[in-house]
Design a protein around this ligand. Structure first.
Ligand SMILES: C[S@@+](CC[C@H](N)C(=O)[O-])C[C@H]1O[C@@H](n2cnc3c(N)ncnc32)[C@H](O)[C@@H]1O
Length: 409
């Protein structure tokens, strides 16, 4: 029996993530998913993200059954074993024999036919899943767990570790000026369940899938995390002056800000700017720039959003490979880049204007350390922490955001 298209897609995505450093989230929204049914796509998403969230635990079980370190197994064989082991231990609806035989087929499809017997034997003698406490420890690098226990305290740290292994809640936005009433009515009529949140126009989908919600609402929804929406909302109701969004791609916050008025959306990556152009709507001007260097504007802006590139440790449930790739030294490197971007961006804030600095990182190096240093170099400027959310303790992804005010001259 050949491996099913859904298992082949899960395998291909996981292999590219493992071997080439690709981002699973981008691949799960790429052409690799085309031609698959809605049910097959749901399987691929669960298998890919589940394998990555629980990679430490799965590799531990595979290593014990194989009696060798996973690092000594060919990547193609290891990835096929991970797909099989995840189904065996965490996808109860899949019969064991199907999980094993399909994993063996993936090994053969990857031209590793000589390892087929090995894969079959490893999966057949796979030990039971570890107790929940051990699984949490196995599924996080010790250096991250240690720093979160110190920085967040033991209770919030424990809740974060558990949340990182769960599927995140799904949030969406009904963009202004659409009338929310008829859209919510259509969603409920189609059997979907939604709940209000702390933010107007932001809802949590509590029953039903994203494609069915899109179909019921006729594609008028913007699926984005609640706290990402809250970051953009910090600049709302602060006048109608043009907003400069310095690190704008792929454009979620720019589009939200454009609901209210003109936006200049800038980013370094032209490929991501092309995506934005496709999604672009009137009111958004696009600029390619490198904000680590002085910005090219002759004017200043009353409102500036600085949504910097960051480690993403607040989004591990959504982007689980980050925890396996990140190294302590990366935080120092990111902090340097973030400080340069924030400094150049603050130079573009008009007298009396407002900047918002945001990350989806939980690490102080990328948050308070950057903001405090930048503001301390600017007499009269003030900074206030406006959002601080930690998965497991607060709704949505982990985000930190500061409002930074420039005084009137
Ligand atoms: C966190 S993402 C921004 C997400 C975006 N604000 C949104 O809501 O869709 C960070 C962005 O910063 C961009 N970036 C990284 N380094 C940059 C630089 N030196 N100058 C400008 N943009 C940069 C990346 O290309 C990436 O798109």
């Amino acid at each position: 029996m050949a491996a099913s298209p859904a298992r082949c897609a899960a395998f291909d995505i996981l292999l590219r993530t493992e071997r080439d450093g690709a981002h699973s989230d981008a691949l799960l929204h790429s052409g690799r998913m085309s031609g698959l049914s809605q049910g097959e796509r749901a399987f691929v998403t669960e298998a890919v993200l589940g394998c990555l969230r629980r990679q430490g635990e799965i590799d531990h079980l595979v290593g014990r059954a194989a009696q060798r370190a996973p690092t000594r197994i060919d990547p193609e064989v290891l990835v096929a074993l991970r797909v099989g082991a995840y189904q065996l231990r965490h996808m109860r609806a899949i019969p064991d024999h199907a999980a094993v035989s399909q994993a063996v087929d993936l090994v053969k499809r990857a031209r590793k036919r000589s390892a087929a017997g090995f894969a079959n034997a490893v999966l057949r003698r796979l030990p039971p899943a570890p107790p929940a406490g051990d699984a949490v420890a196995l599924n996080h690098p010790a250096w991250l767990t240690g720093r979160w226990a110190t920085n967040l305290g033991p209770r919030r740290c424990a809740r974060l570790l558990e949340a990182n292994l769960r599927k995140p809640d799904t949030y969406f936005r009904i963009p202004a000026p659409m009338d929310v009433g008829p859209i919510l009515k259509r969603l409920r009529h189609a059997g979907l369940e939604v709940k209000t949140t702390c933010l107007p126009r932001a809802y949590r989908l509590t029953r039903g899938s994203v494609p069915s919600a899109m179909a019921a609402a006729r594609s008028r929804l913007s699926f984005r995390d609640l706290n990402s929406q809250r970051v953009a909302a910090l600049l709302a109701g602060q006048g109608t002056s043009t907003v400069l969004d310095v690190c704008a791609a792929p454009g979620g916050k720019s589009r939200q800000l454009a609901e209210e008025g003109p936006v200049v959306a800038a980013d370094r990556r032209t490929s991501r700017m092309r995506t934005m152009r496709r999604l672009g709507r009137s009111g958004i001007d696009l600029v390619v720039l490198d904000a680590e260097h002085p910005l090219p504007f002759r004017r200043t802006f009353g409102r500036v959003l600085v949504d910097v590139p960051c480690s993403g440790t607040g989004t591990l449930s959504r982007n689980p490979e980050i925890k396996w790739r990140l190294r302590p030294a990366d935080l120092t490197d990111l902090q340097r880049r973030q400080s340069r971007i924030l400094d150049n961006s603050l130079n573009a804030v008009a007298a009396g204007g407002l900047a918002v600095y945001a990350t989806c990182s939980l690490e102080p190096e990328e948050n308070e350390h950057v903001v405090t240093a930048a503001v301390s170099r600017r007499p009269g400027w003030t900074a206030r922490k406006a959002i601080s959310s930690v998965p497991g303790s607060d709704p949505g992804d982990g985000f930190q955001a500061w409002t930074i005010r420039r005084p009137l001259d």
